[in-house]
Design a protein around this ligand. Structure first.
Ligand code: NI
Ligand code: MN
Length: 228
């Protein structure tokens, strides 16, 4: 069994009980965070891109737990310079993480690291397709809707975790179109209602998904889990 937990914003864990992947751990400074960074014990940390609302507490958690950070090459090497263990990859590539296999897939967005007000280029942004316990889970990261989501859908997705908050990513209407391309069994919305600028109604989103696709939407509250 695979369990997915949402901790608010784009922070998720995916676990089979022995391998626990922590994704985009923005907890400190996240007004909706359902946990503090020191309470998590991941076996690996996945970071989609360098923006502070995704990189978050990754370095601190990695230092404390020894969990490697999986990220696109340029971001991974920057983080290695902070003294943490990294597993670099790049779009189209696959890396192992305990029992899981993680593939880097495209995201239409940007990626910089904000360090003391200076913006450092961090390579390209990524999404991930995670295979764990026979399930495949697509984590879109920050992205616009793009046509090649159809290719990601060809992987045969059990779950798609999609941003619906708009402004910096696709909004709910585009996310419904993304579901049609991705063809997952289950959709979990994220990256909304953290801040007033990315307000969205996940129940309305769920209704639209049901009206136009076969997928079932699971709307989590921060701190809630679902088993797949
Ligand atoms: Ni971003
Ligand atoms: Mn973001």
């Amino acid at each position: 069994m695979t369990t997915i937990t949402w901790y608010g914003h784009a922070v998720f864990t995916v676990t089979d009980g022995s391998t626990t992947l922590l994704i985009d751990p923005f907890l400190t400074g996240n007004p909706t965070a359902a946990v503090t960074a020191d309470a998590l014990e991941p076996t690996a940390i996945l970071v989609t891109h360098g923006h502070s609302d995704h990189l978050g507490d990754a370095v601190e958690i990695s230092r404390r737990t020894g969990a490697p950070i999986i990220a696109v090459y340029e971001l991974a090497l920057f983080l290695a310079g902070k003294g943490v263990t990294v597993t670099p990859g790049n779009i189209g590539g696959t890396v192992a993480a305990g029992d899981a296999v993680v593939k880097f897939v495209p995201a239409v967005h940007s990626s910089t690291i904000d360090e003391d007000g200076e913006f450092i280029p961090a390579g390209v942004p990524a999404g991930f397709v995670i295979r764990l316990s026979g399930k495949s889970i697509y984590f879109a990261g920050d992205t616009a809707l793009f046509q090649d989501m159809e290719l990601i859908g060809d992987e045969g997705l059990d779950v798609a975790i999609l941003p619906i908050g708009g402004q910096y990513t696709m909004g709910a209407a585009e996310a419904v179109k993304a579901v049609a391309k991705l063809r997952p069994k289950v959709v979990i919305p994220g990256h909304f209602n953290t801040f007033p600028t990315i307000a969205a109604d996940p129940v309305a989103f769920s209704r639209e998904v049901s009206a136009s696709t076969e997928a079932r939407t699971v709307v989590l509250e921060p701190g809630q889990s679902t088993a797949i």
